[in-house]
Design a binder for this molecule. Structure first.
Ligand code: AMP
Ligand code: MG
Length: 456
């Protein structure tokens, strides 16, 4: 093992994870990040550089949460009650008269509950009744003789000679009532104005990551664009004499550089701006030059060259540049030789070159650093539980993160490991949708047991 490797330790997974997390916290607190303005639809995955504030109350009016009738709860205290329907209010409308005792206003979900009403009865607990007044005791007041107009077919001239619409026969003979079959408590099915947030209140904090829910909230607050932090530039440097670029034709013993692509994709996915550097050969001079280039970014990801082989020169090159190491290995599989440190203020990870190792170690360690550099609180690992489909045997000592497939329904997720040819097996990685976690003290996981997976 080279000198750099000796100067920092090999940690358990938990220790290594905590070390990275602490550095993330420190970086998050000290970072002075430039911001930029982006259109709302370009804000997905970005991090707010300033809070989003409510420009009005949320909700701005007493909002009905059900279709039904706006009522005064007191009116319904004595069991089944019939109320007079005095109007209708749809979402976007308002009903401007106060609702008096004995009255109800038909209301739709999302509409403003009129003044006077203090609850909404769901339509399911009501029965609409139309009283035909002329046939039921002449309840309708007779219009005075003097106010009667002269009727033609469709119109009536009132006494001032102005034409007004002739009420339809139905309107003239009926009046609307609703029978309410259930009492409601005050406030039922109504969200009062400002219940979610008051005007001027912070809706989304600085440092919050923007997903669909946050973008929707910003839209509701009238923000057509948002001030977000500039994306951190993450340099990606693949090392290895065996590598050729994707467009080149590999010789018989060469392989294409795919890690630069998995890493660039993962970086972009968690809010960084990937900067792919040319392939570094396993030769000190050129490697050092490219590492120096990479350290001009906000973070450096190296792939390959961190194992104990004769041509694994990455750690030594970094050490020669004055880098400090927080760990030079973690008791995990795949990815055991993973390296984490800082060169000046720039954090770097040396990720083992095997394609699956690169992806696993990015997920476990590097992701949270990209997030911290974006100005966001680093997210936790996306762990979930699933029932193991088949017995699984292994050796103790390492925490394993094995490509696996979670399937099954909402309440009965199942998981099985993908058969693989080791940590170089990219097909296994591409088939998997998660990593099965095997704790370091377990030799066997039994079929049917609930196990932990890290989703990706
Ligand atoms: P290393 O960590 O440098 O010993 O690399 C381990 C193995 O991973 C190599 O032998 C390659 O097969 C593979 N490998 C390394 N770098 C890359 C890369 N950039 N893209 C694809 N495979 C790689
Ligand atoms: Mg190598």
């Amino acid at each position: 093992m080279n000198t750099a490797a000796q100067s920092a330790g090999v940690l358990s997974f938990e220790e290594a994870y905590q070390v990275v997390r602490e550095r993330c916290r420190a970086i998050l607190e000290t970072g002075d990040r430039p911001g930029e303005e982006v259109l709302l639809l370009h804000a997905l995955g970005r991090v707010l550089a300033e809070p989003v504030v409510a420009d009005r109350d949320f909700p701005p009016f007493a909002r009905a949460t059900r279709d039904g009738f706006a009522v005064r709860a007191d009116d319904l205290a004595s069991g089944v009650t019939t109320l007079r329907v005095v109007g209708q209010v749809r979402a976007g409308d308002s009903y401007d008269l106060p609702v008096a005792s004995g009255e109800a206003v038909e209301i739709m979900t999302g509409a403003a509950v009129p003044a006077g009403a203090d609850a909404v009865v769901m339509v399911e607990y009501t029965e609409r009744k139309s009283k035909e007044l002329n046939h039921k005791g002449h309840e309708e007041a007779q219009e005075p003789e003097s106010r009667k107009g002269i009727a033609d077919d469709d119109h009536i001239l009132d006494i001032a000679g102005q034409e007004k619409a002739k009420p339809k026969p139905q309107e003239k003979r009926t009046e609307d009532f609703v029978e309410i079959q259930r009492a409601v408590v005050t406030g039922e099915n109504v969200v009062p104005p400002g219940a979610e947030a008051r005007e001027g209140q912070e809706l989304l904090p600085r440092g919050g990551r923007l997903g669909a829910a946050q973008i929707a909230l910003a839209a509701a607050a009238g923000k057509a664009s948002l001030r977000v932090y500039r994306k951190p530039r993450v340099a990606i440097l693949s090392t290895g004499d065996e590598l050729v670029e994707v467009a080149e034709k590999p010789g018989p013993s060469q392989i294409r550089n795919s890690n630069s692509y998995s890493l660039a994709t993962l970086v972009a996915e968690c809010g960084g701006e990937p900067v792919q550097l040319p392939i570094a050969p396993d030769e000190d001079g050129k490697l050092t030059e490219l590492i120096q280039e990479g350290l001009k970014a906000d973070m450096l990801l190296l792939s390959g060259g961190v194992s104990m082989g004769k041509f694994d020169l990455v750690e030594q090159a970094l050490k020669n540049l004055g880098a400090q190491f927080f760990f030079t290995g973690a008791l995990i599989q795949p990815g055991k030789p993973v390296v984490f440190g800082e060169a000046g203020p720039i954090p770097f990870f040396g990720l083992p070159g095997n394609p699956v190792s690169v992806m696993v170690t990015f997920e476990l360690f590097a992701r949270q650093m990209v997030e911290a550099l974006s100005g966001a609180e680093p997210s936790r690992l996306k762990s979930a539980s699933a029932r193991l489909k088949k017995d699984f045997k292994t050796k103790t000592g390492l925490t394993r993160f094995l490509p696996a497939i979670v399937s099954g329904g909402l309440y009965d997720p199942e998981v099985e490991v993908v058969l693989w040819q080791g940590s170089g097996d990219m097909l296994a990685a591409a088939r998997a949708n998660c990593y099965l976690v095997v704790p370091p003290d377990r030799e066997k996981l039994a079929k049917g047991e609930m196990v932990t997976v890290v989703m990706r």
